[in-house]
Design a binder for this molecule. Structure first.
Ligand code: FAD
Length: 807
């Protein structure tokens, strides 16, 4: 047998090593066009970040070592340029010498992998535009970083883009991440990836979401990227990571069948449409067994397994590859994000029926330090079949996603998860592991023991019952909900409607479930909010971004240990709302201005405390999370910021602007003021109503159905920030154009840029629903990420605000 393998990294090297073990007498040659075989492509980003310190560690195998171990010859820098399938022969070009020669084969294995996509935009061939795919790529990027570049733009928010962005930040580079879609990491649904976005923003990455790259500009030594919304970002390095395409040229040349997205079509034995040619890895089209549809899933695990199976089959076995379910995981600073199977977006597009549940268990016994919440979303069918799962957290994500992947592969149902016997001791899990919980909750849903409602299904006017303790409500609640703590529900039934559906919720869903069961027994129509308030927050933009607000405390003592006069409170071992209750009790007996240093092990405390301090008018001086313990320093005081000299300055932290006008000058003023307050650390909301709504309109909205009057309104009103006119001296457009020119010459940002900056700084844009209805403006016509708000939302904001301005 003479086996030729094209490609000597993941799939190719695996196949070669397996082949050598199956038949040591076979003649096997591996051709690799790169300089290196079997290198650790998955480790490349971490070498940039110097997490992996030695370049040599990336070179997992050398041709010499491989030959010694397996007897197989690996020819690097040899590119296969042609496959003659009729003659069972390939042509190879020696890249160093330019020599072209041929080799015949009995069997050929194509493991040519994939290559990064380069979008065809102006300027993309600039030498500072790079991709991270190979050892020479990483050398180039690392050299630029070692030379001290200050700024980089990473284009693409998938796995590789996120890993590159993180590792550049670790090296002190200021990174802007540009993603064309509204969210990073498209394997996750939006609410789950919102946690990653918060984490990226917390770690200083500037996010440009829903904003595609349109041009790369080089002006002498200045490099910049231009984005779809007109934003321009100066940079020194651009790393492109916008997706991959299969290296299928040889397959096409050999006349092999390929799929819609160019992947080589193979049968279950990984044999191509030519019986002497097999293929494996990123270059093949796999079957997604859950959707029963073809898919391109470029991952190292599948490539390695396919290489092995292909070798087995080439040497006479009849082994089948059972498709790829896309089990994957990625580290994003302190968070891990993992998924398996299709997400909800994909299932919806495929027209599949499904149920879903959100649970947020602790990663291990919450009284043992280091426990963190696991945000789990599991999608399943009525018959219990598990379709997919997504998990975000900072502890124990990997083992839970692997358990779910194993369960899917073994055709286990959610009921089987409830029965799994898993290893338990407090540092590792809970007696009822999060995976068991998935089983319990999903079983309850299937049996009808609980009727869940998901946060994205809530409607205006729903009757919401919050059964958390009063102190927890101070950490935030769903607007308009009624609070009756679980223990008091029995005594307050008269406050609940019998004729209306009640949606009950707690922090993560467990107390909500207890209330749901009790109320149903009392003949109330009741549902439980899946994943509780914490999951609702994921759908409601601020998500878990609360710590961003504490950028305002940057000039305050940043270390919890920096004060000696503080009283100490040890709230370790207590679970929510225990630590908050303890903080409250302690502060109640303290004098204004006195400090309390608290240590807690409940992971939720990290997000809860900032909001609690804001709502109770106390000052959070510092908060930090180390080794699973949360340490915070609180100063009893009325909504104040502590100055570096220890004095307190009263400073309201919320500013609300009502933008009523669509005059260019007034809109400019509104956004300049908003940015000003945001730089002071205020949470700024701009509530756009009536003509102000026009500022939020998209330049190119999708087609929407409208009646005649709405259409007329739409035509008469300016569409978006670029179309606004000055309130005075518009002079048929001349005055406005002159003003824009003057602003440009004085380097004053135009309105779209200011809006972009404001959004980056967390300014919240709200569209008045009532005014939208009156003016016939629909949500799809507004910029992405604008929230719709009613008067009640505005009133709630204004009540919490310091300045409220009407423009
Ligand atoms: P590759 O490993 O890419 O090997 C293909 C080889 O074929 C290449 O070396 C190429 O030079 C060679 N070749 C192509 N055409 C020819 C030709 N005509 N002649 C000779 N040689 C040729 N996956 C994960 O699961 N987890 C991760 O964390 C992860 N991180 C990643 C990080 C980075 C930066 C990158 C680039 C990829 C990462 N991946 C990860 C993806 C994973 O590396 C790929 O899915 C896997 O390597 C695919 O294996 P393959 O054998 O199909 O292709």
């Amino acid at each position: 047998m003479k086996l030729l393998i094209v490609g000597g990294v993941a799939g190719g090297a695996s196949a070669a090593a397996r082949a050598a073990r199956l038949d040591s007498s076979a003649e096997i040659i591996v051709f690799e066009r790169g300089e290196y075989m079997s290198f650790a492509n998955c480790g490349l980003p971490y070498y940039v970040g110097e997490v992996i310190k030695q370049r040599d560690s990336l070179l997992v195998m050398t041709p010499e070592k491989f030959k010694g171990r397996t007897g197989i010859e690996v020819r690097t820098q040899q590119e296969v340029i042609e496959v003659n399938a009729d003659k069972n022969e390939i042509k190879i070009k020696n890249i160093e010498s330019g020599e072209v020669y041929s080799e015949s084969y009995d069997k050929l294995l194509l493991t040519t992998g994939s290559s990064p996509l380069i979008p065809p935009i102006p300027g993309v061939d600039d030498p500072d535009v790079m991709t991270l795919w190979t050892i020479p790529d990483v050398d180039r990027i690392k050299e630029r970083v070692d030379n001290g570049i200050k700024k980089a733009v990473v284009v693409g928010g998938g796995f590789i883009g996120l890993e590159v962005a993180e590792n550049l930040v670790e090296r002190g580079v200021e990174v802007t991440l540009v993603e064309m879609l509204p969210h990073v990491m498209s394997t996750l649904d939006a609410e789950m990836s919102s946690m990653l976005e918060s984490e990226l923003a917390d770690k200083g990455i500037k996010l440009q979401l829903a904003n595609g790259l349109t041009e790369i500009k080089r002006d002498s030594s200045n490099l910049s990227v231009a984005l779809k919304d007109g934003t321009e970002i100066m940079t020194e390095l651009i790393v492109m990571s916008v997706g991959v395409r299969p290296n299928n040229e040889l397959a096409l040349n050999a006349g092999l069948k390929t799929g819609e997205r160019g992947g080589i079509k193979v049968n279950a034995n990984l044999q191509t449409s030519n019986s002497d040619i097999y293929a494996a890895g990123d270059v093949i089209e796999v079957t997604n067994p859950i959707l029963n549809a073809p898919a391109m899933i470029p991952l190292a695990g599948p490539a390695n397994r396919q290489g092995r199976i292909a070798a087995n089959n080439i040497f006479g076995a009849k082994e089948t590859y059972n498709g790829t379910i896309g089990t994957s995981i990625c580290k994003v600073f302190d968070l891990d994000a993992a998924s398996v199977g299709p997400n909800e977006t994909t299932l919806k597009a495929a027209g599949r029926d499904y149920l879903k549940t959100y649970i947020i268990p602790a990663s291990h016994a919450s009284y043992y330090p280091g426990s963190e919440p696991l945000f789990m979303k599991v999608i399943f069918e009525k018959n219990g079949k598990i379709l997919g799962a997504q998990i975000v957290g900072s502890d124990g994500v990997d083992k839970r996603i692997d358990l779910l992947a194993t369960a899917i592969r073994s055709n286990m149902t959610v009921s089987d998860l409830a029965e799994l016997e898993l290893a338990y001791a407090p540092p590792f899990g809970s007696a009822k592991d999060p995976i068991n919980y998935v089983g319990f909750v999903a079983e309850n849903i299937i049996k009808g023991d609980t009727i869940p409602v998901n946060p994205d299904e809530l409607k205006e006017g729903d009757f919401l019952l919050d059964v958390r303790e009063e102190d927890e409500i101070l950490c935030g609640t769903i607007p308009g909900s009624l609070n009756i703590p679980l223990g008091q529900v029995r005594d307050n039934l008269d406050k609940l409607p019998k004729d209306k559906e009640i949606i009950v919720f707690c922090k993560v869903g467990i107390r909500g479930y207890l209330a749901e069961r009790y109320l149903r027994e009392q003949n109330y129509k009741v549902k439980n909010l899946s994943g509780g308030y914490m999951t609702w927050k994921l759908f409601n933009r601020d998500g878990i971004k609360t710590n961003i607000k504490y950028a305002a405390c940057a000039d305050t003592p940043s270390s919890v240990s920096s004060t000696e006069k503080a009283l100490e409170l040890d709230a370790c071992g207590l679970q929510c709302p225990g630590p908050i209750v303890q903080v409250k009790n302690n502060l109640d007996s303290m004098a204004e201005g006195q400090e309390l240093k608290v240590t807690a092990s409940d992971a939720g405390f990290y997000n809860d405390l900032p909001v609690w301090c804001e709502s109770t008018g106390n000052t959070l001086v510092a908060i930090e999370k180390t080794d699973g313990l949360i340490k915070a320093l609180i100063k009893k005081g009325a909504g104040a910021v502590v100055n570096s000299d220890g004095t307190m300055t009263a400073m309201p932290k919320r500013t609300t602007i009502v933008l009523f006008s669509n005059d260019l000058d007034k809109a400019l003023a509104a956004f300049i003021i908003a940015i000003g307050f945001a730089t002071l650390g205020h949470k700024v909301s701009i509530f756009c109503t009536f003509w102000g709504l026009n500022v939020l309109r998209k330049d190119h909205p999708p087609k929407v159905k409208k009646n005649l009057i709405s259409k007329m309104f739409g035509i008469m009103m300016p569409r978006g920030a670029r179309k606004l006119a000055l309130s005075k001296m518009h002079m048929m457009g001349m005055g406005t154009a002159m003003m824009k020119d003057v602003m440009k010459s004085k380097n004053i940002d135009d309105l779209p840029t200011l809006i972009g900056q404001a959004r980056l700084m967390g300014v919240e844009l709200l569209a008045c629903e009532m005014a939208m209805n009156m003016m016939g403006i629909q949500e799809a016509e507004l910029m992405d990420d604008v929230d719709l708000a009613g008067v009640a939302n505005f009133a709630a904001l204004a009540e919490k605000s310091g300045p409220v301005m009407f423009i």
